[in-house]
Design a protein around this ligand. Structure first.
Ligand SMILES: C[S@@+](CC[C@H](N)C(=O)[O-])C[C@H]1O[C@@H](n2cnc3c(N)ncnc32)[C@H](O)[C@@H]1O
Length: 373
C-alpha cells in the first residue's frame, strides 16, 4: 500500500514532463513541484508516526530508476493504466528511467510490429511476450534487456538480435505461471550475465532476477544511514544481494545475511568476495524458518528490510524472543512499519529518517534505529 498523502498537501501546479501523465500508472505526482512532493511525504509520515521525520530528496526526481518492467499486452508496450490493472498505456517515452532506456521504447514498438510478436492478454492470461524489463547500472552504464515470454515457443530471437545492438546484454526468460510476475526461468543470455554497480566504496553485481534498490541516485545515502547504525554481531534479515551487510562489514564484528532467494544469496556471496568482506556470510532461508532454528549468540544488531507487506506476526514474536539490543529497520512501507514497531516489545524508536527513493510516486523509504530497554 502506498502512502496516503492528503490531496490538500499536493499543490498540483507544475506542467508534467511526460505526455503520458494522467493515464499512465507509473507516476502520480509529476504535476506537483518536487520540493512540494518531498514536503508532503515528510508531513504525512510525521503525522502518521507522531514525530518529525526529515526526508532526504532524490538528487534528481527523474531518470532515477534502475529497473523498469514494461508490459507487452493488447498490441501495446508500456505501463498499466492508472487504477486499471487490466489495461496498458502505450509508452513512447518514460522519464523515470535514463534517456538511454527511454530512447529504446519507440524502436522496440517498431520491432514488435515488424516481427509480429504478440503480447500477453492480461484478461485471458494467454499470449507470447509478457514483459520487456530493462535493468541499468548507472555507474558502469551497463544496460540489460530481459524478454519475458509465457512459453518457450515464442520466437524472440529477431527482437533479441535488434536489441543486442543497443544494450550490453539481452536475456530471454520464461514465466508460464498465471500470476503476474516478470521473474522467469532464464533460457539464454547474450552478452554480460551480470551488471556492475558501484555504491560507495563497494561494487555489486546485478543479475537478471536479483533484488536491487531502484533509485541508484540515492542508494549510497540510504545504505550509509542503515550501515551507520550497525554494531557488533549482526543478523541482516531480508538481505537481498548482501548490500547492507557488506556496507557495514568494516564496522560490524560479523554479519550473517539471510534471504529466501537463492539467486540473491549467490550474488551476495560473490559481492562479499569481490569487496573483500571476510566477516560476512550468507544463508538461503526464509527468515522465519532461520530464526526458528537459530541457536547462535544474541546478535548485537538485527537489520530488517522486509518487502512491502512488512513483518509477519510469527516473525515479530521470534524477534521479541531474540531480544537483540538494536534493530535497524529499513522499510519501503510506512503503514506496515508503524504497525510492526508497535508490536516489537520493549523497543524504542531512537532515530528515523526518510529517503525519497521513489519521486513522482506516493512511496517513501525509511531507515530507523530501535533500541531495547
Ligand atoms: C526490500 S528487499 C531488501 C533487500 C536488501 N536489503 C537490499 O537493500 O537490497 C526484501 C528482500 O526480502 C527477501 N524476502 C522476501 N520474503 C522473505 C522471507 N520470508 N525470508 C527471507 N527473505 C525474504 C526478498 O528476496 C528480497 O531480497
Amino acid at each position: 500500500m502506498a502512502l496516503e498523502i492528503p490531496e490538500q498537501l499536493l499543490a498540483r501546479d507544475t506542467t508534467p514532463r511526460c505526455p503520458h501523465f494522467g493515464d499512465c500508472g507509473g507516476c502520480a505526482m509529476q504535476d506537483v513541484p518536487y520540493e512540494a512532493q518531498v514536503r508532503a511525504k515528510a508531513e504525512t509520515v510525521s503525522r502518521m508516526l507522531g514525530r518529525d521525520v526529515e526526508i532526504t530528496p532524490s538528487p534528481d526526481p527523474y531518470g532515477y530508476r534502475h529497473r523498469m518492467d514494461y508490459v507487452v499486452a493488447f498490441g501495446k508496450l508500456g505501463l498499466r493504466m492508472r487504477g486499471r490493472g487490466d489495461q496498458v498505456v502505450d509508452l513512447h517515452e518514460c522519464h523515470l528511467v535514463r534517456p538511454r532506456v527511454s530512447a529504446l521504447l519507440p524502436m522496440v514498438h517498431a520491432w514488435l510490429d515488424e516481427f509480429g510478436i504478440r503480447g500477453f492478454n492480461l484478461v485471458t492470461k494467454r499470449g507470447d511476450l509478457r514483459y520487456i524489463t530493462f535493468r541499468h547500472a548507472f555507474s558502469s552504464d551497463q544496460l540489460m534487456a530481459i524478454l519475458v515470454t509465457a512459453s518457450r515457443d515464442t520466437a524472440v530471437e529477431p527482437l533479441a538480435q535488434r536489441l543486442a545492438d543497443h544494450v550490453d546484454s539481452v536475456v530471454w526468460s520464461v514465466q508460464p505461471r498465471v500470476g503476474d510476475d516478470s521473474h522467469g526461468d532464464v533460457q539464454r543470455i547474450r552478452g554480460h550475465a551480470t551488471l556492475e554497480q558501484r555504491i560507495g566504496r563497494s561494487t555489486f553485481e546485478i543479475s537478471p532476477d536479483c533484488f536491487f534498490q531502484n533509485n541508484l541516485l540515492l542508494v549510497d545515502e540510504l545504505y550509509a544511514a542503515a550501515a551507520g547504525h550497525i554494531r557488533g554481531r549482526t543478523l541482516d534479515l531480508f538481505c537481498g544481494t548482501g548490500t547492507i551487510g557488506i556496507h557495514a562489514a568494516e564496522r560490524a564484528q560479523h554479519v550473517t545475511g539471510v534471504d529466501v532467494s537463492e539467486a540473491n544469496i549467490e550474488l551476495a556471496r560473490r559481492n562479499a568476495e569481490r569487496n573483500r568482506a571476510g566477516n560476512v556470510e550468507f544463508v538461503t532461508d526464509k527468515v522465519n524458518h532461520f530464526l526458528a532454528f537459530y541457536d547462535g549468540p544474541v546478535p548485537d544488531t538485527v537489520v530488517l528490510d522486509p518487502p512491502r507487506s512488512g513483518l509477519a506476526p510469527k516473525l515479530i514474536r521470534k524477534l521479541n524472543r531474540l531480544a537483540a539490543p538494536r534493530i535497524v529497520y529499513v522499510s519501503c512501507n510506512p503503514n506496515t512499519f508503524a504497525l510492526d514497531i508497535d508490536a516489537l516489545e520493549r523497543y524504542e524508536l531512537r532515530e528515523l529518517r526518510g529517503f525519497d527513493m521513489f519521486p513522482q510516486t506516493p512511496h517513501v523509504e525509511l531507515v530507523s534505529l530501535l533500541t531495547r530497554d
